[in-house]
Design a protein around this ligand. Structure first.
Ligand SMILES: *Cc1c(COP(=O)(O)O)cnc(C)c1O
Length: 629
């Protein structure tokens, strides 16, 4: 065993690796995740992985049993119905929810569960939709339903006030909500039109927060449920909405992998869950765990097969089914996916959630410590971690962390660069904003003006613009799952040290030249060739040496092709693009583009001041035009 692991085990030994289970982590990895041998998978917040025996059990189950449509009246469908019933029961147990008070509605995912709440919530002009800044887009989208019905939307920050010892006082008075912004759709509505406390008392309001933030990994205190349901007057002191009736929605899509909300202690009204985030399979299935009394307030518009008791085709008559599950599950539920749920739950329950939580937590503690201790030769910090680090000791964190790397001079490494290098090292991680724009803006310090100007500069989710105006517009995220190991964490740290903490005499920008050894980790690594691809998806050209820019090779993938309709063209869509040849003449400052299918040779001036842009047009399939990215 190496020194690092020995030290790690000394610190975390009793919590790491499932020592009390029939199979410890090493045995789990060698028997259940053989496919991970070459890969360090660190995107469990994106999706965790299914085990081999889980899939074998599902296959065996499906090939020995006959499952019919649960709506039919036959033997096979009654066994399906039993199975659906027990799957609901299992989900409720997972959240410690009494079947008396809660129901489990199956949906196509956490997003669909959240949408269902937004769609059917009893919004009125007097209502308020309040949500924490750290929220997934799938929660933010509820805003559209609220605003469309004339309700207000309010973004808030949650603060936990600490006592003298630096630990949060474990009571509701330690929680404080501070308002960031309020929105209302109708422009004509002026302040005086905002309803007064009197008219608000009877309206229904909704407060939404994630149990674990999928950006920073921060766990939100579930005391927020009690605070809003029992003590909204204090929480929203001075706000006209303080006296209304508050319902609480927890987005547990991320958190439920290691710590589902305990609904017996924290009686939230709605909880959204996703199963591939817990045990990897099946995808396309989630659940809304809903309090029975809250479900009765939901108003559904659509009816469908499965949700209707009777309807008449040619007059406006419909009678809906009574049951809560039945009235919200449109069509036939994904009963084969439901049949595979208990095979996933079995794994989690055998290991126990407690042990999974401890196991993943110690991996995250190790990573946090290692990353925050990294320094460049000149003493500069290598890794900026996102999260309220001053309060680290008192806050609880899930097995997720986001960060960006800096060079010795303080400038940032773009997250796309990190992602590409990681992928070359067999490490899978996630970069960007992770569908959580509020957390992203908050932790990266991006103002509304930054966000809008980034958008106007052409930055959209998923693209390659990772640094704008010297600031990162996203982050790198790694996250652990129940089958993650110390070796995964260690390989990641080695990768970071080798790639982003250059040896002092080799640091700095310069020319990259082939043939010589390069400032990478190992002295055995030699650069064999340099190919520059000025236009995405078109052919590149090879050179012996080439200048670097902040994003890599200069002019590399600086342009792209758009069709006349504005669609971005790639080789996947237009394979002929590989026939388009490119060459950059640095001395003249010109990009040459030509294709055997086209007589005209394009010349593009690289100096933006001189470029009237493109000389000549190229006719590729449907009259494409060139656009600078
Ligand atoms: C993954 C995730 C979602 C979306 O879940 P789907 O099941 O993919 O719809 C929503 N919120 C959070 C916090 C998530 O991590």
């Amino acid at each position: 065993m190496d020194d690092d692991k020995e030290r790690f085990l000394k610190e975390f030994g009793e919590h790491y690796g499932y020592p009390n289970s029939p199979k410890n982590i090493d045995q789990i990895r060698s028997s259940e995740f053989k496919r991970l041998e070459e890969l360090v998978y660190l995107d469990h917040a994106g999706a965790t992985l299914y085990s081999e025996s889980q899939m074998e059990m599902i296959l065996k189950d499906f090939t020995t049993n006959v499952y019919g449509n649960p709506h039919s009246q036959s033997d096979t469908s009654s066994s399906t119905s039993d199975l659906v019933r027990s799957a609901r029961q299992q989900v409720l147990e997972y959240c410690n929810a009494s079947p008396k008070d809660y129901k489990c509605i199956f949906t196509s995912g956490a997003t669909a569960a959240l949408k269902l709440v937004g769609e059917a919530f009893p919004w009125s002009k007097e209502s308020c939709f309040m949500y924490t800044m750290e929220n997934h887009n799938s929660v933010l989208g509820i805003r559209e339903y609220a605003l469309a019905k004339g309700a207000a939307a309010l973004a808030v920050d949650v603060e936990e006030i600490e006592n003298q010892n630096g630990h949060p006082r474990n009571d509701l008075s330690s929680l404080k909500l501070s308002q960031r912004s309020a929105q209302r759709r109708s422009r004509t509505e002026i302040l005086e039109d905002i309803p007064t406390a009197n008219s608000l008392g009877s309206a229904y309001n909704l407060f939404a927060f994630p149990s674990e933030c999928n950006f920073s990994g921060m766990k939100f205190s579930l005391d927020l449920v009690k605070l809003m349901k029992e003590n909204s007057e204090r929480a929203l002191e001075g706000s006209p909405y303080s006296s209304g009736q508050w319902m609480v929605l927890i987005d547990a899509a991320k958190g439920c992998a290691t710590q589902p909300p305990d609904l017996a202690r924290f009686p939230a009204d709605f909880v959204a869950i996703s199963f591939y985030k817990i045990f990897g399979y099946p995808t396309g299935l989630g659940a809304l765990v809903v309090r029975t009394d809250a479900a009765k307030l939901l108003k559904k518009t659509y009816f469908s097969g499965g949700t209707v008791a009777a309807s008449i085709a040619d007059i406006d008559f419909v009678s809906r089914r009574e049951g809560i599950e039945e009235s919200f599950e449109n069509g036939t539920i994904s009963f084969l996916s439901l049949a595979s749920l208990h095979h996933g739950f079995r794994i989690i329950n055998n290991l126990t959630l407690n042990a999974i939580d401890r196991h993943t937590s110690c991996l995250m503690s190790y990573i946090r410590k290692k990353l925050s201790a990294l320094r460049h030769g000149n003493g500069a910090v290598v890794c900026t971690l996102y999260g309220d680090l001053t309060k680290m000791s008192s806050r609880e964190w899930g097995p997720t962390i986001s960060f960006n790397f800096r060079r010795p001079d303080g400038s940032w490494h773009g997250y796309r660069e990190v992602e590409k290098l990681a992928s070359l090292s067999g490490i899978q991680l996630r970069t960007g904003c992770f569908c959580n724009p509020g957390a992203c803006a908050k932790y990266l310090g991006l103002s509304h003006k930054d966000l809008l100007s980034n958008f106007e500069a052409g930055h959209v989710c998923w693209d390659d613009n990772d640094i704008l105006n010297g600031k990162p517009v996203g982050a790198v995220r790694i996250s652990f799952g129940y089958m993650s190991s110390f070796e995964d964490a260690k390989k990641f740290i080695s990768f970071v040290v080798n790639s982003f903490v250059p040896l002092p005499n080799l640091a700095g920008k310069g020319y990259l030249s082939s043939g010589k050894s390069t400032p990478f980790s190992s002295k055995d690594v030699h650069l064999k060739a340099i190919t520059v691809y000025p236009i995405k998806s078109c052919a590149g050209f090879s050179v012996d040496s080439w200048p670097l820019s902040s994003t890599g090779l200069q002019h590399d993938r600086e342009w792209l092709l758009r069709s006349a309709g504005g669609e971005i063209l790639t080789q996947k869509k237009v394979p002929e693009m590989c026939l388009i040849n490119t060459f950059v003449d640095l001395a003249q400052g010109i990009l040459y583009v030509e294709s055997p299918r086209c007589n005209i040779k394009l010349q593009i001036n690289l100096d933006p001041a001189l470029s009237g842009g493109v000389k000549g047009e190229m006719d590729l399939q449907s009259q494409s035009v060139m656009a600078k990215k």
